[in-house]
Write a protein that binds this ligand. Structure first.
Ligand SMILES: [Zn+2]
Length: 373
């Protein structure tokens, strides 16, 4: 990995390169921000840069050389000074074969992560960072190369259970020389406040949508229009954008626009609306029900911007203008912002495990009120 493998994050890169150049790294950081923007990759890049034997320095930037033995070790996750910790399944000591299998999976996942900083490490049943992983940190720190700068990177720190968090607290309460601990998380609220208060909290911005669009076109051979739509529903997360690559977005988009049309029929809409909602939600696929509402959200924003600006410059679904324009003409005086808020609220509820069918019914009743009042 190199800095340029991390898309965007110009502000973050410039701040941390300056900190590295001035040798002012703190003993503990918490990197916060939405999932899938490269926080772990960023932390690993800092660790590699600081430990590089021949860093490339020009003006206010510093990059790892990628050639020295330290960079090579870092690039294969074998650097004695860099520990990367993430959730693992509860240990099952009874089966040696299972243990071996787990080690293989971990190796594979790390390899993936090396090639792609946006890869989401996926280990079956891995939900927690337990105390044994935290105890290992101290052990490793003792054994690490005292000449370099030691890094402990804890991915998704919210996964530390209470026991692990308390053990970890002791580690950061007694900072060691030339040692930096970096916790990454997209769920600040789930981290112990006592841990947060001992770290410098640093917020990462979501990735600019135009960068995500370019990334999708370059890496996944998508058309400009498809990439634009994927970027628009990604909420600034590359990992999230990549999860939508295989979905048939055009079909889903038509389905949701049809559903909106049905819900706004003056008469005889109930049965058709309920049947359509049942159809969409019957698979019990929460991710899909969220995706469909994200598409509705973009459509609604398009309609709003068309009315507000009287141009299609900001419209994402340009290929659907033949449907959006008549919709705007028919509902030009409605409260689009209220509709956008309602859709956003429903997405949030779905993320918090509310029943999809209920969420959909309640949303479309509210939209009906907004548009037909
Ligand atoms: Zn190097």
């Amino acid at each position: 990995m190199a800095w340029n493998k991390l898309i965007g994050l110009e502000r973050e890169k410039s701040i941390f390169q300056k900190i590295i150049l001035e040798n002012k790294l703190a003993s503990a950081y918490c990197f916060l921000g939405i999932e899938g923007i490269g926080k772990d990759g960023f932390a690993l890049e800092i660790a590699k840069t600081v430990n590089c034997q021949h860093p490339i320095i020009s003006n206010d930037t510093i990059s790892p050389c990628e050639e020295c033995s330290s960079c090579k070790m870092a690039n294969s996750f074998k650097h004695p000074n860099i520990q990367y910790i993430f959730a693992q399944p509860a240990e099952d000591k009874s089966k040696a074969s299972a243990k071996q299998e787990l080690q293989e999976t971990i190796k594979e996942e790390i390899k993936e992560k090396l090639g792609n900083p946006y890869h989401k490490i996926n280990i079956p049943n891995a939900r927690q960072i337990n105390i044994s992983l935290i105890r290992n940190i101290t052990k490793h720190l003792m054994l690490a190369d005292a000449n370099g700068h030691r890094f402990v990177i804890i991915s998704n720190g919210e996964n530390m259970n209470v026991e692990a968090s308390n053990a970890f607290l002791k580690t950061i309460e007694e900072p060691m020389e030339r040692t930096t601990i970096i916790i990454t998380s997209s769920h600040r609220e789930k981290i112990l406040p006592t841990i947060l208060s001992r770290c410098q909290q640093f917020y990462f911005d979501p990735i600019k949508l135009e960068y995500i669009q370019q990334y999708i076109i370059k890496n996944y051979n998508k058309s400009e229009e498809d990439a634009n739509l994927i970027a628009a529903i990604s909420r600034g997360s590359i990992t999230q954008a990549c999860e939508y690559l295989d979905d048939n977005l055009n079909n889903l988009r038509n389905n949701i626009v049809d559903l909106l049309r049905i819900s706004l029929k003056r008469k005889n809409y109930k049965e058709e609306l309920l049947n359509n909602i049942a159809d969409i939600t019957k698979k019990k696929d929460r991710k899909l029900t969220i995706l469909i509402l994200e598409l509705l959200l973009i459509w609604m924003r398009d309609a709003y911007s068309l009315i507000k600006t009287q141009t299609s410059d900001y419209v994402i679904n340009k290929d659907l203008l033949n449907r959006i324009t008549p919709f705007c003409n028919g509902y030009s005086k409605c409260d689009y912002l209220a509709a956008i808020n309602e859709i956003n609220d429903s997405i949030n509820l779905l993320n918090r495990n509310i029943d999809p069918q209920l969420a959909y019914i309640s949303l479309f009743i509210k939209l009906r009120k907004i548009f037909l009042q």
